[in-house]
Ligand binder design. Sequence first.
Ligand SMILES: [Zn+2]
Ligand SMILES: [Zn+2]
Length: 355
Amino acid sequence: MKAITLHGVGDVRVESVADARIVDPTDVVVRITTSAICGSDLHQYHGRGATPGAPPLVEPGSVMGHEFMGVVEEVGPSVARVKKGDRIVAPFSISCGQCEWCRMRLPTQCVATGRAVFGGRFGKQYPGGQAERIRVPFADHMCETVPADMADEDAFFLGDILSTGYCCAENAGIRPGDSVAVFGAGPVGLLALQSAHLFGPARIFVVDRVGYRLKLAEELGGIPVNLDRGHPAEQLRALTGGRGPDAVLECVGHETPFAQSIQAVRPGGTVSSVGVYVEPLIGFPVREAFFKDLTLKMGICNARNYIVPLMGLIQAGRLAPTRIITHTIPLTDAPRGYTIFDRKEDQAIKVMLKP
Ligand SMILES: [Zn+2]
Ligand SMILES: [Zn+2]
C-alpha cells in the first residue's frame, strides 16, 4: 500500500510499504478515506526533540500521521462491537480501555501501549494514518462509528484537533462574560476559538502574526491581536481595561507564547495550554506565575473522551470544524502538503489528504 514515510529532517516520501494487517485479535484494519497533516507532525518533520548525535527518535521509513478516518475492512477474531463496513473515527493516541489509567479516563496514559500515538515515537510503535490503510488496535474501545449523514470532514477532527481545542477551552474554566485570549491561530487555536464561544465569554482575542490566519479568526468571531504590533501581554491589557484576559488558551507549544500567556493573564486567571512541547522551557516566568496566583492546566488531550459529546455539537451546528480546511490534496502529494503547511504558503491552515 502507499504511505507517507519519514526519512530525515524535511524528508517525507511517498512509498510502498507492507499492507496494514491484523496483528492482535483485538485489531481491525481500516481503509482510510481521509487523513491530514497535523502541526505535531512538523515536530517529527523537523527532527525536534531528538538529542544531538543520538539516533533519530523515529525509525527512518516509518509511516507518518495520527489523524485519519475510514471504513473497517478486516476485523480481528476478538473484536465484538466493530463490524466490517463500519465507518469510524479514532483518537490519535492508542489506548487499551482497560488499564488503570484508561479506567480513570486518561487514555493518553495507557500502560498497555506505553502512551503510544499513531505514527509517533513514544511507547509502542504503530504505523500512522497518512496511508491507504491502518491497523487500529483495541478496536472495540478505540473506534467510534460515524453516522452515514455526516461527511468525513465534519467528523474527522474529533480524533485530534477539535477535541484538543475544546479541551483547551474547557480546562480554562471560562465563565459567561469573561475575556479570553487564544495564542496561535493555527488549526488547534482556531478550533479552540470555536469551542471557547460555547462557554459564553464576552470577548475572545486571537494572537498571531500571520495575516490570513487572523482574518479567519475574525470571521469565526475572534478579535485579532497582531504580534507585530507590540508585546501581546501589553496589547491584551490595553484591550481589557488594564487587567488582562481572564483565561488564556495557549495553542502553539513554544517557549515564547507560553511565557507570554502567563504574562498576559489577569491575576487569579487561568492559563490552559495544549501546545505540544518537545524541548525544555528555559524561560518559564515562574516568579510572575507565582505572584499572580494563576491556575495553569496543561497536557495532552484525552481525545477519546470527547468524540461522542462533540459529535453531537457538530451535528447541531454549534461547532463548524470544516472552516479551517484550506487544502484537500491527494495522499501522493503529501510532501508538497508538508512544505506549504510548514512554510505557511498558499494561505495553508489545514491540509487534508485523500488516498
Ligand atoms: Zn494532531
Ligand atoms: Zn490502557
